[in-house]
Design a protein around this ligand. Sequence first.
Ligand SMILES: Nc1nc2c(ncn2[C@@H]2O[C@H](COP(=O)(O)OP(=O)(O)OP(=O)(O)O)[C@@H](O)[C@H]2O)c(=O)[nH]1
Ligand SMILES: [Mg+2]
Length: 511
Amino acid sequence: MRASAEDEDPLAAALRPPLDESPEARAIRLAREEEAARVSQAIDEAIRVERLANKKNKVVRVLLLGQSESGKSTTLRQFQRIYTPTAFREERIHWRVIIQLNVIRSVHTILGAVTAHRRQTSRTRVRTISGPRWDSRSQVTSVRTDGKGKGKGRVDLESDFEDEDERPIDPSARSFYADSYSEDESQEDAELDAISQRLMPLRRVEAMLKERLVPPSEDEPADLGGGPLGLTVSALGLAKEVFVRPGKWRAGGAGTRPASAVAVEAADESQRALFECRFDLMQLWSSMRVREILALRRIRPEEESGFFLNDLDRVTGYNYVPTDDDVLRARLKTIGVSEYKFEMEAGDQGTQWRIVDVGGSPTWVPFFDSVEAIIFLAPISAFDQVLSEDPKVNRLEDSVLLWKGICQNKLLAKVDLVLFLNKCDILQRKLDSGIRLARYVKSYDDRPNDMETASKYFRGKFSAIQRTYSPVPRRFYGYCTSVTESTTTAGILASVRDIVLRQNLRSLRLA
Ligand SMILES: Nc1nc2c(ncn2[C@@H]2O[C@H](COP(=O)(O)OP(=O)(O)OP(=O)(O)O)[C@@H](O)[C@H]2O)c(=O)[nH]1
Ligand SMILES: [Mg+2]
């Protein structure tokens, strides 16, 4: 049946061969049609290849999880150092202000301990201490970078110190700290008073940095309600406050952006103040009296995050520019969600990587359905420490519980788990210094108190939890890491990259 004129496809009508077609004309037409079919096939193939490439262009998302201070942001910085080295290097200067605050924080720890110690001993000695007092309650540098308000990030400073007065004195340290107050000690105390007095300008520097880094109107909590993933990541809004969070410094694809002029100015002013105080800072940290008091009170500033007192000569230098290592060692608490996007330069071209650092935030649930892998960081060196947010909870215990929760989460059942047993360098130092693991981890029993046995033990424990609690068997990879160390971490991150790419490929095949 013939279609009516209205129904007929005008193109079909135009393409229909003429009724009086000659054999030559027919041959030419067929040759043309053959060529057209060949071209069409080639186009189809090109589209297929492009589609595949687009699939390959898929975003690969890796989630960093772990308790506060486990090393998530440091791992993120390592990714940046490796995959966007030029930007990382250019941004180092912006870390100076954070390192300055880290130094001042260590000074707080020390002078706070000295003050508290005197207060405690003076109760029995009835002796008045003159000189300025540094409050033992200081603040940890933490930066809010959720980009709320007028598009600015913000610094959130919170108390992070326990009351030094409440610290029990270590009886074993008494042997080298005389019970009676000697002439020498009185002289040393007078010197400490003088140093403390001369360091008072740092208080002003600290106040100034805080004032300039935390606009008064921007201290409300992050709004985690909006955004395509249900989160306000606000990369663009954060770009103005680039000095506080590296992941956002290149936000908006504009490459490296300078820190806000105010922050740079503040950093310069505080660097001058640190430079002027450098001699006193060095004296404070090298004072035997200070070391004795710290030992007596079981305070080890060198094991705290963001410790730079062994590098005072360098970091208080007038023209100090942080090194890669300094940036990795600096402590900057994360609040809110930070996402670092990059494309790998070599090997896997085209894949968009997103490393998501969720800080202490429990808002990572929206990432569940689109995560290729989770890197979980458990700082195993923290076996003898408690959480700063809850001093009743042992840090290691907290990590184990968090790990168990991740393993048994049904939404995460198919996600590959990569475990970083982190801060192995600190664990090594602790074990070498004679701290016995079995004293804190009863099940460790009488195993040798060495690194090899300890790391094997922890690996076994975490691996067993994974096997027991995972809803379905899954791939699990465990590494002993010290993410502040660049060389070893580069190798480990290369392995993680391969794991993630393999997983990505598998999911593409299944798609
Ligand atoms: N020595 C040593 N220090 C580490 C290691 N990993 C991290 N750190 C330091 O520990 C501190 C805390 O690390 P972050 O990366 O800020 O921890 P986080 O998990 O991001 O913490 P939040 O932002 O509070 O969630 C930083 O000063 C790091 O330099 C490690 O393996 N060894
Ligand atoms: Mg962090």
